[in-house]
Design a protein around this ligand. Structure first.
Ligand code: ATP
Length: 379
């Protein structure tokens, strides 16, 4: 079966299953929409993919804002023909998103496959991605503490769904500020599943030579050994939390995780809170910084899973565990934690040895190091 027929099948099944979208905002629309968009429709919607309509550019290719004939605004991700990401990622993303529905995940509305053109059509999120506002000194002050806290909670819910509640277990592999889109009320939606990985059955992790992710967010055991588990997403989420609280990029002039750990050890972590905020709730901010450190623990088993993170954030009386040393990334992309110590601890080694052993040979290590050079440079 060719790509087009497979996609048609997926989309038909979805419609037949009544999975027409989030009941909040999409009910009814899918019934009247053809889930396959014609190239001409999308050309007209984007003024022939004009620069003025361009929202950004990612690993997949450019993203455009479009206005459909029925006045619905959409975001169109155009698969770049020169992109190293190809049909496999495209079909992966379509298939995954069709199976997933959660208010904290971006909604796929349809796709276009005509000749060499392959595109994904998403709901349009007017406040773009979190990085646009968080790292812009003129805008970041407008993102109040309560909104930041709600964004953190929304991302937790989205990740919890991906890791534990969705019909298929998914590791996103590229959680970062530019992959968190914001709707008109600044509710977060996790985007960009092109890198997501399907986990059949009860497997909890696997080893891979194909390392994907973004510098500054990628977990040490994954970057160094290709050891991939849901805890790699937890690590990236931890970095994201530190960015949301501080308004600083993970890889700025100094390393955010190192700075947080240094200040935390002397009880001065609140110095990290974004100065552009008019006010914040110190207890919540301190809890988030501590949570960020816990999620970035060097030892994989010492990181909480998203269920535990959700419980920590939802309870007023939860006492967070004291974090140990995080997986700090030194200059030149080298981690100060050795690979084996990142993967094992006295109470974690048995859990890990029950599954696929992490790779450790020199040859494998150097092959992984080469793969890492294709990691995005922290955007
Ligand atoms: N549904 C959407 N609504 C509004 N803006 C969007 C939407 N999807 C993407 N964008 C914008 O387009 C930009 C590029 O998105 P894309 O997901 O392709 O790449 P990225 O996440 O920035 O980078 P990479 O693909 O390398 O991880 C985003 O930063 C965002 O501002």
């Amino acid at each position: 079966m060719n790509l087009l027929s497979r996609l048609r099948d997926c989309l038909r099944c979805r419609r037949a299953a009544g999975a027409g979208g989030d009941a909040d905002d999409l009910d009814g629309r899918h019934e009247s929409w053809d889930l396959f968009f014609g190239l001409q429709t999308l050309q007209a919607a984007t003024n022939f993919f004009s620069e003025a309509n361009k929202l950004g550019h990612g690993g997949f290719g450019p993203v455009y804002k479009g206005l459909l004939p029925n006045d619905h605004e959409v975001a169109i991700k155009k698969l770049s023909l020169t992109s190293s990401q190809g049909v496999r990622e495209f079909t992966n993303e379509v298939k995954l998103l069709l199976k997933l529905q959660h208010k904290n995940l971006v909604m796929l509305l349809g796709c276009c496959v005509e000749g060499p053109e392959k595109m994904l059509v998403y709901e349009y999120l007017p406040n773009k991605s979190l990085d646009f506002i968080l790292f812009d000194k003129e805008k970041s002050g407008s993102l109040q503490w309560s909104q930041r806290f709600q964004i953190i909670i929304g991302v937790v819910r989205g990740l919890l769904y991906l890791h534990e509640e969705a019909p298929i277990r998914i590791i996103h592999r590229d959680i970062k500020a530019s992959n968190i889109l914001l709707d008109d009320k600044f509710n977060p939606k996790i985007a960009d599943f092109g890198l997501a990985r399907l986990f059949p059955g009860d497997d909890t992790h696997l080893n891979t030579f194909r390392i994907s992710g973004t510098h500054g967010y990628i977990a040490p055991e994954y970057a160094m050994h290709g050891y991939l588990s849901v805890k790699a997403d937890v690590f990236s989420f931890g970095i994201l939390v530190l960015e949301i609280v501080s308004g600083r990029k993970a890889t700025g002039k100094t390393d955010l995780l190192t700075d947080t750990w240094t200040l935390f050890q002397t009880g001065k972590q609140l110095e990290l809170v974004d100065e552009s905020l008019d006010s914040c709730t110190p207890n919540q901010a301190a809890m988030c910084l501590q949570l960020g450190l816990l999620c970035c623990q060097a030892i994989v088993a010492d990181r909480p899973d998203m269920n535990a993170v959700h419980n920590m954030l939802s309870s007023d009386s939860f006492t967070l565990p004291q974090p140990g040393r995080p997986g700090l990334q030194g200059r030149g992309g080298r981690w100060t934690t050795t690979a084996s110590s990142a993967l094992t601890s006295t109470n974690a080694s048995s859990t890990i040895s029950n599954h696929t052993k992490p790779s450790s040979s020199t040859e494998e290590f150097s092959r992984n190091s080469i793969s890492c050079s294709s990691i995005n440079e922290g955007r």
